[in-house]
Design a protein around this ligand. Structure first.
Ligand code: UD1
Length: 342
């Protein structure tokens, strides 16, 4: 294998699981992360899990000189670009911060990769680029249109990558549109560790299960779905990590785009009930008003990735939530020590 893979945002949730998959496949990995929403402890856990060394550089990718130093220090042949700000509500309040951070860091990465003739790139996009979908399940050709600044950064970055690849045929880029990643490594040693109040459903439900929060607020039970609550295509983070390896293995000239999802939907109440079953904990919940900007149903058509990447997400909801619970029960406070008692 020639060269190392740069994993930006490699200390984060999806980045750390993908790093494990890369190391297990024999790749050398350099992580670049500013630790603004992640912990160096996750990198230590990745090393312990795999028995492999990982290089780590604490850099802010909006600093192009710092990024140039990373490329000057390691023989990087390609990158998986996870780093970015990702909180929808925050992006509405601080749009310029989101545009500056997510767009500038990606343009810096493309520039420095080109300077070093590292043309292989896999980018973390999101199903959020489909906005409120007109067709279900959603194929890659569906109309795009994000509904908030965070989503628009994903869409803009996709367009930047497509334009870069059209202008220089040496690029080999894969844009991966993730549906809803959940779960954790089966060891329970790495997992999702949101700072503060979790915005996403599964981390919130896990914090209720482990006793950190009283109850789940179900955002609306009057959607046009089987039980009235929102339906999403949850995908195990290990299947998602495998999707990145498949994308690297199948990179072709130009820029291609893939949905990474299972094609199966689960409602908010399905998540609560299955978590109660796999954890043996009671999960109190209360129905609350709809959350602004939410859609009824999001479901991937993963056929293209199944065929072209020879990849399939096959872990079911029980495995996803059992593994999420293993992580949460083993690490009730994530990568942090428990807060001191008063
Ligand atoms: C959210 C983001 C999306 C982002 C994705 C991954 C919004 C509007 N969308 O997607 O842009 O790419 O996370 O980070 O924030 N729910 C509750 N109670 C909760 C939390 C969520 O009932 O406390 C419901 C939601 O209404 C939804 C489902 O659970 O029906 C899943 O929500 P969430 O985990 O936040 O994911 P998305 O909204 O799909």
């Amino acid at each position: 294998m020639s060269g190392s893979i740069l994993v930006t945002g490699g200390a984060g949730y999806i980045g750390s699981h993908t790093t494990v998959a890369l190391l297990e496949r024999g790749f050398d990995v350099v992580i670049a992360d500013d630790l603004s929403n992640s912990s160096e402890e996750s990198i230590e856990r990745v090393k312990a899990l795999t028995g492999r060394h990982v290089d780590f550089e604490e850099v802010d990718l909006t600093d192009i000189d710092a990024l140039r130093k990373v490329f000057a220090s390691y023989p990087i042949s390609g990158a998986i670009h996870f780093a970015g700000l990702k909180a929808v509500g925050e992006s509405v309040e601080q749009p310029l911060r989101y545009y500056r951070n997510n767009l500038v860091s990606t343009m810096n990465l493309l520039d420095v990769m080109a300077e070093h003739e590292a043309w292989d790139l896999v980018f973390s996009s999101s199903a959020t680029v489909y906005g409120d979908p007109e067709v279900l399940p959603i194929p890659e050709e569906a109309k795009t249109g994000a509904t908030n600044p965070y989503g628009r950064t994903k869409l803009m970055i996709e367009e930047i990558c497509q334009d870069a690849a059209a202008a220089d045929p040496r690029w080999r880029i894969s844009l991966l549109r993730y549906f809803n990643p959940v779960g954790a490594h089966a060891s329970g040693d790495i997992g999702e560790d949101p700072t503060g109040h979790p915005n996403n459903l599964v981390p919130f439900v896990m914090q209720v299960a482990v006793g950190r929060r009283d109850k789940v607020m179900v955002f609306g039970d009057d959607y046009d779905t089987a039980d009235g609550t929102g339906v999403r295509d949850y995908i195990h983070v290990l299947d998602l990590a495998a999707g990145h390896i498949a994308a690297l293995d199948h990179l072709e000239d130009g820029c291609d785009v893939f949905n990474l999802g299972t094609g199966n939907g689960a409602s908010v109440l399905d998540i609560i009930q299955t978590t109660a079953e796999v954890s043996g904990q009671e999960i109190p919940y209360e129905v609350a008003p709809r959350r602004a900007g939410d859609i009824a149903t999001s479901l991937a058509d993963p056929t293209r990735a199944n065929e072209k990447l020879e990849w399939r997400a096959d872990r079911g909801l029980e495995v996803m939530l059992r593994d999420a619970w293993k992580w949460q029960s083993k690490n009730p406070w994530g990568f942090n020590p428990p807060p001191e008692a008063d």
